[in-house]
Design a protein around this ligand. Sequence first.
Ligand code: NZQ
Ligand code: ZN
Length: 381
Amino acid sequence: MKEFVFTYPTKVYFGEGAAPKALKEYLGAMGKTVMLAYGGGSIKANGIYEELKAVLEEGGKEVVDFSGIMSNPTYAKVQEGAALVKDKQVDFILAAGGGSVIDCCKVISAQAKLQEDIWEMEYSSYKFPTEGIPMGAVVTASGTGAEMNAGAVITCEDKNWKGPIVGMPARFAVLDPAYTASVPRMQVLSGAFDTLSHAMETYLGNSDQDNVSDDVALAIMKNTVVNMRRLLKDINDMEARGNLMWDSAMAENGILKVGRLTDFQAHQMEHQLGAYTDCNHGQGLAVIHPAYYRHILKDAEGKFERFGKEVFGVETAQEGVEALAEFIKECGLPTKLTELKSKVEITPEILRKVADTSNIIKCGPRELGRDEIYEILMECM
Ligand code: NZQ
Ligand code: ZN
C-alpha cells in the first residue's frame, strides 16, 4: 500500500424516501436561498422537481431555479451557474440529476467563492479550491459516482477539451433507486457500464500484490455485471437498479483508490472523444474498452486472467477481454464509434485530434504513445 490520508465529506441517504429525509435534516443548515439545479427537464416530467421544491418551500426556503445543465456540461454553463449564485446570494446548491448536473454544481460551488477563473487557477497555478457554497446531490441517473467525490468532468468548448476540474464535494448524497425509474433503458445500461469501467480502470492501475482494493474492485465488477444482466431481463427490476446505484457510488467514492495507482487510460481517450463529438460517456467507453484492452493484454496478463475468471468465469486473459466485448454486445451497447450519437461526423482526422490531445497515463499497464492511441481509436471505427 502507498501512503494515504482518507476522510469522507459526504453523508449518504439511500433508499425509499431518502430525498425528503435528507432535505428535512439539512434545512436548518441551508440558509435562506437554495439554488435547485437540474438538467433538460426530466425531473419536471417525473415529479422529482415538485417533491424537492415542496420540501424546500415548506422549510421556508427561497428557491432559485438553475435549469438546462446539459450532458457533458460545459464550462460556460459552470460560469452561468456561478454568476447566478453570486447574483441571488445563494446559500445552498441542490443538484438533482445524473453525473452532468452534479459535476457542474460541484464546480459552480467552488467557482462562486473565487475571484479568479477556476480553470486557470487549477491548470496554470496548480491550486485547488478549499471552500465552496455548500451543496447536496440528489442522484436521478446513476453510474458516474459523481455524488461521492469532489472531481468533475467539464467540457471547455473553446479549447476542444473535456477533462477534470476539482470542485467541492456534496455535503450529502441522496440515492433513491425509485428516482431512476424513468431513466431511458440505454442510459441505465450506459451508466452501469461506466461503473464497470471505473472498477476495471482502478484495478488495472499499478498496485502491490494482494492489495485489498483489487479484491473490492473485482467484487464491484462482478456485482455490476450480475445486476446489469438482471436489467437485461427486466429493465424495471428496482432491486437491481438499487444494487447498481451503490456499485456506482462505491466505484468512484475513492475507497478503491486509496493506497494505489490507477489506470483510467480508456477514460482519457473517451473524454477527448467527448470533447470533439459530445458522445455519451458510458457508450464511448463501451466502444473503446475492448480495443484498448486487446492492446495492453500482454502487459497485464495476470490481472486480465483473474478478471476473466472472477467476473466472467472464463480461463485465460484473452478470454477475459473477449468476454467483456461479448458482454457489451449482450447489453446492446455500441461497439463501433460510428454507432455513437455525435455532433460531428467521426472521421480519421477527428480521431487524430482526439489522440493528439488525450492525457497519457503513466501508471497503467503500459504508457501508450499517441500513434498507438490513434490506432486503438481507428480500430473502433
Ligand atoms: O437532463 P435531463 O433532462 O435530466 O436528462 C438526463 C440526460 O439526458 C437523463 N436523466 C437523468 N435522470 C433521469 C433522466 N431521464 C429520465 N429520468 C431520470 N430520472 O439522463 C441523461 C444523461 O444524464 P447525464 O447526467 O449526462 O449522465 P451521466 O450520469 O452518465 O453523467 C455523465 C457525465 O458525468 C461525467 C461524464 O464525463 C459526463 O460528463 N463523469 C463524471 C465522473 C465523476 N464526477 O466522478 C466520473 C465519470 O467517469 C464521468 O466522466
Ligand atoms: Zn466514467
